[in-house]
Design a protein around this ligand. Sequence first.
Ligand SMILES: O=C1NC(=O)[C@@H](c2ccccc2)S1
Ligand SMILES: [Zn+2]
Length: 263
Amino acid sequence: TACSSKYVLSALHPMWQGPLVAPGGNRQSPIDIRVRKSVFDPHLKPLTPDYDPRTCSQIWNNGYSFLVEYDDTTDKSTLKGGPLEDNFRLCQFHFHWGESNAWGSEHTVDRRLFPAELHMVHWNSDKYSRFEEAVMEENGLAVIGVFLKIGKRHEGLQKLVDVLPAVRHKDSVVEFTRFDPACLLPTNIDDYWTYAGSLTTPPLTEAVTWIIMKQHIEVSHEQLAVFRSLLFTSAEEEVQKSMVNNFRVQQSLQGRTVRSSFT
Ligand SMILES: O=C1NC(=O)[C@@H](c2ccccc2)S1
Ligand SMILES: [Zn+2]
């Protein structure tokens, strides 16, 4: 689908932690969320995700993460509410993780690192007609971030973990259907932080309203180890590089305010 955009593939290089900063970027992501500096906003509404598992279509290893893609040609899997004024359409979700459980997330909370972070990517279907267009616009995208911790096995995630070996190499794709992404959200989605930021991979456009969940989800050590069995490299390349540490370095807040939906 459109949202598995060429942007992510073309300018991406595994392990690029680069000095790559969007020209004149003053709202870059990820950031450290300083809890005591966040501002409670009583006007923030509850978030209302409404996902249809039948729109789930495939999993793709794009050489940086694996994307679970959704058919975003109609308003079947949507996100509204929270800080959002418009209707947003789910196009894909993916993760970022480390080579060890000690790090891997892109955002941090008072400098605390998590072993991994889930991103659910949505684009503004009230204002734009497709993902590629929205990705270049100020209020084009909404990404839900959920931290992962090592603990009990996540039953819903296992269906995904079981097919990962089929997309071990860069550019591999496998059909993947009837997966309800809501199963990956924490039980409490009313408590979140939100701020104006950017994509964390090229084109790094400052198009994202970030919604970071306060409550994490738990996955088992074995499940996360399967993420690490994926490769950055394609089947043809001689040297195989394991897909780990696919996160961007943290960016400065540059005067931005992080709002919280809770006190
Ligand atoms: O949340 C984000 N994580 C990423 O890898 C970036 C991205 C870039 C383009 C499409 C989808 C996601 S933005
Ligand atoms: Zn991401």
